[in-house]
Design a protein around this ligand. Structure first.
Ligand SMILES: [Zn+2]
Length: 203
């Protein structure tokens, strides 16, 4: 077992609406739809990030500090991932020939990204790699937040303040919020609507 603390960017890509999608639709076909979407996300993110694992409706990845040049480079990757996700979702919806509820509900799904900078230990146990540490816990807690409640957004990107500061990024284009988590305290968050970014890309 190897243990070494490293610094870098932790990235969580999470499909919104997954729980109700699975609960309200035929599980067999819902599974096919979600798998195809997750494959698309992994393929795109994997170009720059190291994929750690699938977590149900989410993909967890990281990239060591220094391998990402800027916030713009990260946003470009997320934009490209979001675009290909939306395109594949649209294609699946438009070409679906079966009348099942899962295919009809594809437009209710969306994609959100969480990016945090911090420390982690890459742990290798019996050939299985995982990431450990408080910052790893934090990025997973961030998936439970007040963004949709306060903005109505379902597809968005959320950076922590610590992350933008480390990237020396301009915070002005983001909406600033804060989340509080038990044992982890107050976390400054900076969000952008992926729908707006997507509209901008399509023009
Ligand atoms: Zn179907």
């Amino acid at each position: 077992m190897e243990r070494k603390t490293q610094s870098g960017y932790l990235v969580l890509a999470d499909i919104s609406g997954y729980t109700s999608f699975v609960a309200q639709t035929e599980i067999d076909h819902a599974d096919v739809v979600i798998s195809a979407m997750l494959e698309t996300i992994i393929e795109k993110l994997g170009g720059m990030l190291t994929i750690v694992k699938l977590e149900g409706d989410a993909v967890f990845a990281y990239v060591p500090e220094g391998k990402v040049s800027s916030c713009e480079a990260m946003l470009e990757l997320l934009d490209n991932t979001y675009r290909i996700y939306r395109e594949s979702a649209n294609t699946m919806y438009e070409t679906a020939t079966c009348p099942c509820k899962a295919c009809k509900a594809i437009p209710t799904l969306d994609l959100k990204f969480f990016i945090h900078y911090g420390e982690y230990v890459v742990q290798k146990v019996a050939g299985i790699i995982d990431l450990m540490g408080n910052d790893v816990t934090l990025i997973h807690r961030l998936a439970k937040n007040h963004v949709t409640e306060s903005t109505g957004w379902n597809g968005y990107v959320l950076f922590t303040g610590k992350c933008l500061e480390n990237m020396k990024a301009d915070k002005k284009p983001f909406i600033q919020q804060a989340e509080t988590y038990e044992h982890l305290g107050n976390v400054e968050t900076y969000i952008m609507n992926m729908h707006d970014r997507y509209e901008g890309m399509s023009q």
